[in-house]
Design a protein. Structure first.
Length: 313
């Protein structure tokens, strides 16, 4: 059993790192598997203003660094490699990964997160974190007295446009069709808001700016005419895709592909827990991811202690 970890955490965002902190402090033999660099979506965020303890906000990369250093301080072992497959053997879970070989563990915490659907247009990647955002809840308060653009026409896009209108001078919604797809009540609220304007039958084809966003180039899908909408922020709100491919045949997923788990982060597979943006939940924020990670770690600890016969009764 010497080469078997008590807990293997897959994914090094806020949820995974918090789980690593709690597991390591509990003196569980823990390994975290991350395919690139720890930090998750916080690495793409300019300023995080709603994480407790930082009244003036904190750079996303700096916050991620705090998480990582704290986990390392308590002895968390981090391995760089992408998890490819998880199988359950008689004695433990086996996680195969490219670059890290096979990792064996008594329990697994899945914290692989979700990825924002991108437009894939010039300027988007280069200006992400410098005016291109995928989260109105995160960056809305930074848009005071600015003109902003929202790309999308579904419920989330229109809900966020209404939210952004509380801060911004103006909100221009760009939608590729001639009418919105959002619920009727949301449409009514958006059309009634004098700050919100609409560009229908239009697609974003480029994001303008050098060091920060200065505008969005849009194209009329009918006439082919192009124009530039000047703005200081662009919110790309065309949905999220959960990174649940490695567990799709192992645990129960909802219709959108998120992991279904209970309040203790237990999935449908015994010994497998989930935390953060990968699970079905109402709010996907750094603070909720951290909370999920703490709960998942506690549940994994109880599970491992039960297996070993060392649980406190």
């Amino acid at each position: 059993m010497a080469d078997i970890y008590d807990v293997a955490i897959i994914g090094g965002g806020p949820a995974g790192l918090t789980a690593g902190i709690y597991c390591s402090r509990a003196r569980l033999k823990t390994v975290l598997l991350e395919k690139t660099m720890c930090g998750g979506q916080t690495l793409l965020t300019d300023i995080v203003e709603n994480f407790p303890g930082f009244p003036a906000g904190i750079k996303g990369g700096e916050l991620a660094d705090h998480f990582t250093k704290q986990a390392e301080h308590f002895g968390l072992k981090t391995v760089i490699g992408e998890a490819g497959r998880i199988t359950k053997t008689e004695g433990a879970f086996e996680i195969t990964s490219e670059g890290a070989g096979v990792i064996k563990a008594l329990s697994v915490i899945i914290s692989t997160g979700a990825r924002w659907n991108a437009l894939g247009i010039p300027g988007e990647k280069e200006l992400t974190g410098r005016g291109v955002s995928y989260c109105a809840t995160c960056d809305g308060p930074l848009c005071k007295k600015k003109d902003v653009v929202v790309v999308g026409g579904g419920d989330s896009a229109i809900e966020d446009a209404l939210f952004l209108a509380k801060f911004a001078d103006s909100v221009t919604v760009i939608h590729r069709r001639d009418r919105l797809r959002a619920a009727q009540i949301l449409q009514e609220r958006a059309f009634a808001d004098k700050k919100i304007k609409f560009k229908f039958n239009s697609t974003a084809v480029g994001i303008m700016g050098t060091s920060k966003v200065e505008g969005v180039k849009i194209k009329d899908v009918i006439s082919g005419a192009e124009e530039i909408v000047k703005c200081g922020y662009v919110f790309v709100l065309i949905g999220l895709t959960p990174n649940s491919e490695i567990v799709k045949d192992m645990v129960q997923l909802c219709e959108k592909g998120y992991i279904i788990c209970d309040d203790e982060m237990r999935t449908s597979a015994e010994g497998v827990f989930a935390a953060g943006d990968i699970r079905r939940k109402l709010l996907r924020q750094v603070v909720t991811a951290a909370g999920d990670g703490a709960v998942a770690a506690a549940s994994a600890r109880h599970y491992v202690e039960h297996l070993k016969g060392t649980e406190y009764k």
